[in-house]
Design a protein around this ligand. Structure first.
Ligand SMILES: Cc1cc2nc3c(=O)[nH]c(=O)nc-3n(C[C@H](O)[C@H](O)[C@H](O)COP(=O)(O)O)c2cc1C
Length: 172
C-alpha cells in the first residue's frame, strides 16, 4: 500500500506530530505551505468568505497513492483551510483519505464536515486534544490551548498511540 502523509500546521504542533508519525512508519511526508503569510485575521477572513488559500505543493502530488493521511489542526470546527485545495481535488478525483488532528478539544462534527467537503467519508478520523494535556484546573481556554506547544515526549507518545490505532484497525 502506497501511503502519503500531508501535513499543515500554523503554530507547529501538527507538523512535529506528522513528522513523528511519518518517521515511525517510514512514510513519505509532505508539509503543505502557503504562498501568503497566515495570520489569525486571514483565518477569520477565509472562514467568513469561504476562500481557498494558495498552497504548495500542487494537489496532483496525491494522484499516485493508495491512502492520503492528512495531519492538520481544526479551525472553527473545520479542517484547517489550507487543506481545501487538496479536498477539492479529492472531490473531483476520489481517493482514500484519513484525517488526523491534534486539535484543541473534541469536534464531533468533524467527520460530517469532511464528508460534506469531499463528497464522501474519510476512511478514518482521529482527533487528539490539547485540552487533555493541560491540567483540568484552571479550565483550558481557547487562549491557553492556542499557546500550547507539545514537547518531544508528548509528540512521541501521541504518535505511537496513533500509529498503533492505525495498525490495529488495519487502516494501514
Ligand atoms: C483561529 C483558531 C481557531 C481554532 N478553532 C478550533 C476549533 O474549532 N476546535 C479545536 O479543537 N481547536 C481549535 N483551535 C485550536 C487548534 O486546533 C490547536 O491549537 C492546534 O493544536 C494547533 O495546531 P498547529 O500548532 O499545528 O497549528 C483553533 C485555533 C485557532 C488559532
Amino acid at each position: 500500500m502506497k501511503l502519503l502523509i500531508m501535513s499543515y500546521s500554523y503554530t507547529g504542533n501538527n507538523e512535529i506530530f506528522a513528522k513523528s508519525i511519518a518517521e515511525k512508519l517510514n512514510m513519505e511526508h509532505i508539509c503543505i505551505t502557503e504562498n501568503k503569510k497566515r495570520t489569525i485575521g486571514t483565518i477569520i477572513a477565509d472562514f467568513v468568505l469561504h476562500r481557498t488559500p494558495q498552497t504548495e505543493p500542487s494537489p496532483q502530488v496525491m494522484s499516485d497513492y493508495d491512502l492520503i493521511i492528512f495531519v492538520a489542526p481544526v479551525w472553527m470546527g473545520q479542517p484547517a483551510f489550507p487543506l481545501r485545495p487538496y479536498f477539492n481535488e479529492l472531490k473531483k478525483h476520489p481517493q482514500k483519505y484519513a484525517y488526523i488532528s491534534l486539535s484543541g478539544y473534541a469536534n464531533p462534527e468533524l467527520p460530517s464536515k469532511l464528508k460534506h467537503i469531499t463528497g464522501y467519508e474519510a476512511t478514518k478520523v482521529i482527533e487528539l486534544h490539547i485540552a487533555d494535556l493541560l491540567p483540568p484546573e484552571p479550565k483550558p481556554t481557547p487562549q491557553t490551548i492556542s499557546k500550547y506547544r507539545l514537547n518531544e515526549q508528548e509528540v512521541n507518545t501521541l504518535a505511537k498511540q496513533t500509529v498503533s490505532k492505525l495498525k490495529e484497525e488495519r487502516i494501514i
